[in-house]
Design a protein around this ligand. Sequence first.
Ligand code: FAD
Ligand code: FES
Ligand code: FES
Length: 1291
Amino acid sequence: MGSLKNEEEMEQMGEGWTKEAILYVNGLRKVLPDGLAHLTLLEYLRDIGLTGTKLGCGEGGCGACTVMVSRYDKKSKKCVHCAVNACLAPLYSLEGMHVITVEGVGNRKHGLHPIQESLVRSHGSQCGFCTPGFIMSMYSLLRSSQTPPTEEQIEESLAGNLCRCTGYRPIVDAFRVFAKTNDALYTNMSSMSLKEGEFVCPSTGKPCSCGMKNVSNADTCEKSVACGKTYEPVSYSEIDGSTYTEKELIFPPELLLRKSNPLNLSGFGGLKWYRPLKLQHLLELKSKYPDSKLLVGNTEVGIEMRLKRMQYQVLISVTHVPELNVLNVKDDGLEIGAAVRLTELLKMFRKVVTERPAHETSSCKAFIEQIKWFAGTQIKNVASVGGNICTASPISDLNPLWMASGAKFHIVDCKGNIRTTMAEEFFLGYRKVDLTSGEILLSIFLPWTRPFEFVKEFKQAHRRDDDIALVNAGMRVYLEEKDEEWVVSDALLVYGGVAPLSLSAKKTKTFIVGKSWSQELLQNALKILQTDIILKEDAPGGMVDFRKSLTLSFFFKFFLWVSHQMEGKNSIKESVPSTHLSAMQSFHRPSIIGNQDYEITKHGTSVGSPEVHLSSRLQVTGEAEYTDDTPMPPNCLHAALVLSRRPHARILSIDDSGARSSPGFVGIFFAEDVQGDNRIGPVVADEELFASEVVTCVGQVIGVVVAETHEEAKLASRKVQVEYEELPAILSIQEAIDAKSFHPNTERCFRKGDVDICFQSGQCDKIIEGEVRVGGQEHFYLEPHSSVVWTMDHGNEVHMISSTQAPQKHQKYVSHVLGLPMSKVVCKTKRIGGGFGGKETRSAFIAAAAAVPSFLLNRPVNLTLDRDIDMMISGQRHSFLGKYKVGFTNEGKVLALDLEIYNNAGNSLDLSLAVLERAMFHSDNVYEIPNVRIMGNVCFTNFPSNTAFRGFGGPQGMLITENWIQRVAVEVRKSPEEIREINFQGEGSILHYGQQLQHCTLFPLWNELKLSCDFLNARKEVDNFNLNNRWKKRGIAMVPTKFGISFTLKLMNQAGALVHVYTDGTVLVTHGGVEMGQGLHTKVAQVAASAFNIPLSSVFVSETSTDKVPNASPTAASASSDIYGAAVLDACEQIKARMEPIASKHNFNSFAEIEGAFIQGLGWLALEELKWGDAAHKWIPPGCLYTCGPGSYKIPSLNDVPLKFNVSLLKGHPNVKAIHSSKAVGEPPFFLASSVFFAIKDAISAARADAGHTGWFPLDNPATPERIRMACLDEFTAPFINSEYRPKLSV
Ligand SMILES: Cc1cc2nc3c(=O)[nH]c(=O)nc-3n(C[C@H](O)[C@H](O)[C@H](O)COP(=O)(O)OP(=O)(O)OC[C@H]3O[C@@H](n4cnc5c(N)ncnc54)[C@H](O)[C@@H]3O)c2cc1C
Ligand code: FES
Ligand code: FES
């Protein structure tokens, strides 16, 4: 059997240890060789060519790498299926299991799986990079469900999957189909016709054995159900699985019969990997290797080793040790093995809550609620109780609860001696626990609660779903009736996120024990808590005042909740006022719904048909190739960048000797190796490809290392030592203004009327002045930057495949740095996994950096950035500062705007001037202002160069406007909507840059919306709700937008296309635009199909390539469909002129894009906060980005999208300017999300009013929980801040 029993080490450890590891992947048996212990499942899958599973982040935060893992559970005699993040799963941890990837679910040859088909039809796959992950999460849910899941379960199961394109609604719509209660509806076969014991798989609607008690070897789902249905998007009848002819992959019979063996394997750098099957073996290993790391889910250790670069030499996987997997219900409580996974624990809690008397399970209920908000499903499926406890993270969600609920920990040493300690005593310091090196945590004992003993959980995170806590808590109180009073007999209040360890508020506990449960207790306890929990001003994580205020409000909520539980009991006088009830209700979210309302005019064979995205079928099956998926050319090297670690410094010396002796090293290149010109830049060449003397930001590229593998290249690059002489750094817009640090020749001014005269004339009843800070935003495209470059004819030609919105820029940069003519450099882009502006210019230096070693070594080079590096170095949406002075009448009519506007460009100009200008153009939003002066400046700061991002400065300009509009409303005591209306521009308005408005649809659109959403009644309902709820508020807002599409530089609004007509009647279209999920290729193909009057299936849009269509503008500015559609149409017309004339019209079906833009805007305004090491964030090293991954930077998840999201396009107003009435949908909807921001502000106003604060107040974006809470100004913030307080923001 290949076991190496003769090895000395294994002999020492006894019988049975083996190196034979097998794994099934998509039904195929794989023997895993020894030596791969350093590999994750994801790396392995991609290495064997299964590139459908994507690497989005590598830290368990995006779900792009989701696969389904099936194992046979001998205890229950069932196959257990669960979704797992392949990026964190160590390869060997899957030994003896079956992994199904997206390729194993369905494909175009054998038929799409119903889940895949449904996603295609719902337009739920745009750029497609997240798609395989969503498919696998859904597939795993269905395969593991005994009955079809509810809509809520479906949405819950997707909490660990991020999508940046669609806005989630189309994905939910696609998967909702599977939330059925009636099998007959779904399968077209009555449940009566099923044979006894036969189970319908919720996945395909076909009989299978997933849910059967006993799994047999003949586990197949062969039976197919025949039915012919007509097309109807997302209906049960269409997505019934009848078109899916492939068998559902079965659990491999070999794995049912196979006996598990203890494993002894190895990995890179001498890494040892063990999987014992017995506790005794585990203890022996622990005694032999006291520094070994135990592993269960690897969700902590994986992050430590990969992101924090911690090195462990011996890993012991304890998933198979029975003693660590016990889950026993006992008379006095629950016994939980340390290796029990959170999903299992949750199931058990849910079970005991239904089976045991209610008073016994108060702790269990608290755990159920807390686990609900613990990570995503994929993490919960593998993460263990013991892993969470022993990591002793100060923000562990469960440790405060174990402590509060009086849990005991059983600890076993190498000799098998067991001792018990109270959870409360177990945590000793920062990630330090009461375990000696020879001890491990065996199990946890959770006692049942007694009558009148109450346990409650609390957690405040930045984002509700799949986020770590800012502050959390577990609280317990045991009340006893004494002398007709309810007295606290015992209590424990434990907080996380306020100290280096989970912290018990001891003084407060001592105070409340023995006291009667009363208002007096509450008020005094709140005072003592302030002295009990101390956070230093520069505490890591920041938000100190917010965190302190949370400690009070959690206790207040606990008090309300306990009082409510006790209501009606003798002598409890503290009944909860009805206005306070909503403060303690736990959060529940109904399933999301939405409507899309638009006009379709069908013309020709294709235009106007709601066609699915042309490559969506490739995307849902994992067959679509992105840059890093293309098979690497032979001899391919991998590159990693040498990056600056200082914001501003002179390079004194570079020592690369460490890199040169690193394993796998092939070469290292710096500025002096660049044969062409080292100076680059899209508009002005003010950057260096490799910094030569001075670095001007953290993350600036100093050099590039190439090695045989990606990991080796990264390792070598980290070994390069750079000696710096630090220079003063500018780390905010204000610092740049103070130092007059502006990019050369970037001052701009627009004027209309005369603001000075207007202010002096006395026409203005009021004049206000203020400052608006506008936060930046990370693009967070799911596919990081990636380029593969290779030479031909020994460097005579250079070719590359790049993930970019501008292949032409890659061609230009590479030819420039290599000193080659552009005609010898070709860049191709098949598709990209999202761009949003982030791959318009900032992708080009990555291609150029890869080109240098490729050219000099004459070998192919792949440079794909890890997520954290990508976020750190490639620039973001510009933060802005606006200083306004606005004059207006008592009615609120605006007469003059004097605005200074600054953007944070970072260390190079890039596109920042154009971004500033666009912000200035949009600084009137939709308002008629007779006198305008807007001065703009582009700030040079020591941050990575900021760049294009959806809206290109427009949203920032409009946000500043809407801020002062809102303030005008407060000043004249009118609603912002009234102020907006009386200042609207109209037909013929002349804008401050001279354009005259034509075909202005503002009034009809505004009035239609007001009516359709019944705004006035909604306002009344909101006010009424707020009157009746003290601690929960609602808000409402209606905000218009005007957006100028196309490039401001006229010459860029041109496009090219190449159309081939073949003799078989098919047409090949190539054009200069890039497909990034917006469906550009589909729209362009529709134009061609209709133009030639042929079916869409006869048109193929090939990759974008600089050798087919030269000098193309970047795919940006919302104009690509128009310009490329027009170019294709022109080409078709010319061919037709030689053939026969036909008519065509353009249309679109881009609701997912509109919704996606809105949700991205929502993220910018309410969620996504960039934290940089600057004066506001002293706990971050200067110039460094703290929020550099999905763990710390939160984009909207499924739980953040509107509950009801109706999208309607104005009818009867065709766009006469654009090609065939098309409407730009890429950028304009982004700013509409400001309605969410201003609704939040409206809700805050209501809370402030309750506390006696009326009048205007500033609110910066994003409106995070911190900003919202601290703006509410009440008794829980008062001890820490005054009314002038403004939470810190990197601007
Ligand atoms: C994307 C993501 C989201 C997360 N979200 C949350 C969250 O919302 N809340 C939260 O609290 N945490 C969260 N975490 C942290 C993490 O998931 C948990 O701490 C998890 O429970 C760790 O379990 P594991 O089995 O994966 O640990 P592993 O990584 O396998 O092990 C962790 C540590 O525990 C030690 N260990 C394990 N078992 C034993 C034992 N029996 N005896 C002694 N030592 C042992 C190991 O040696 C190791 O040092 C998140 C992590 C990720 C990656
Ligand atoms: S790549 Fe695995 S979760 Fe992001
Ligand atoms: S389609 Fe989801 S990230 Fe692009």
